[in-house]
Design a protein around this ligand. Sequence first.
Ligand code: ACO
Length: 403
Amino acid sequence: GISIAPLRKETGDVTYDPGFMNTANTKSSITYIDGDEGILRYRGYPIEQLAEHSSYLEVAYLLANGELPTQGQLDNFVSSVERRTLLDERFKSLFDGFPRDAHPMAVMQAGVSALSTFYQDSLDPFDEDQVRLSSYRLLAKVPTMAAYAYRVSKGHALLYPDNRLSLIENFLRLTFGFPVEEYIADPVVVRALEQLLILHADHEQNCSASAVRLVGSAQANLFTSISAGIGALSGPAHGGANAAVMEMLDEINERGMDPRDFMERVKNKEDGIRLMGFGHRVYKNYDPRAKIVKKIADDVLERLGIQDERLDLAMKLEEIALNDDYFVERKLYPNVDFYTGIIYKAMGFPTQMFTVLFAIGRMPGWIAQWNEMIHDPETKIGRPRQIYTGQPLREYAPMQART
Ligand code: ACO
């Protein structure tokens, strides 16, 4: 049920709801989730159908505009994005300035924030044409930045985008290609990455989308708002979980731990450890994205001829969880992140890049959420209340009177 919070300025009454468990901050027509049934739809279309038939940029168009594009609209949209992948030359000095071991999420967040210094003419949140231009720039340049963040960490030369390629092929070439050889992305990898980006494209009012909306509600520009979203996504309780899953699997393997013993430690909450990639604030059922990801993992590993013992270990942990009261009672199931890392590894990405890939995927969602927020006449600056638990009024004590 929905109840609208009454305005109780006179009494100072507030609703105490840590983590916004029951508080809707907005109405939204973008993404529908039914957490009990494990349903996810973008603009009414089931995620399963979009992952199977659609493309990343078509989904970006759908999220932004509310309808699937005609061929002409899609061609226009794709070319508006794909021709904007180049970064201003000065970005090179920005990237060069970071230490080699800088986390690529931090580099990307800085890069997106820096976009607002390069496009100062297009920062007005209410200028629709400029905002559209900014969203093309974000969709196009963020993959380039992600690839650069990776290459800087390796000490490899930066390549220029080749805009004859699709956005995803371009990104893979910028990441893994070398200047002296032609790089041809494996079509299996391209399609799998495309599907993973679609699965990550939006997830209604999650932590990072809420961060984007909150910053945007102060009428900060799109680039600045989205850089806040990247910051939120980097946390291990949110997008950072995909990397944390891989670290967990590696640790279990390296220590030669029995998966059952590890699960006992999780259940006993030893050192506060959790089964990473499990559980979700909204899904109290199998995350519909995780089902698709698991299938992609099987396909990609098989078609690339890769055997990864981590896939077997992950499946073993899932099997234990699905048959254990602790997890069943708490309705803890695999979330989208449980199997993604295994695919990213098979594609050649280091663990540090996993959350960056999530951020590329989530870009269309953040843009759509920000736009919906900025055009909603009911939007107010986000400003939660608090319940004050500190000292009552007291007198300032001079230094000599303090003990
Ligand atoms: N492993 C073990 N126990 C868990 C897990 C887990 N992964 N997740 C929740 N629990 C337990 C909690 O300990 C708690 O048990 P208790 O009632 O005995 O104290 C109960 O389940 C409820 O957990 P909360 O933390 O209250 O649930 P909340 O909705 O706040 O947390 C979250 C959701 C953060 C995703 C949590 O499940 C978690 O930490 N999962 C691991 C990290 C992860 O995979 N994050 C990715 C989320 S999806 C995404 O961002 C794309």
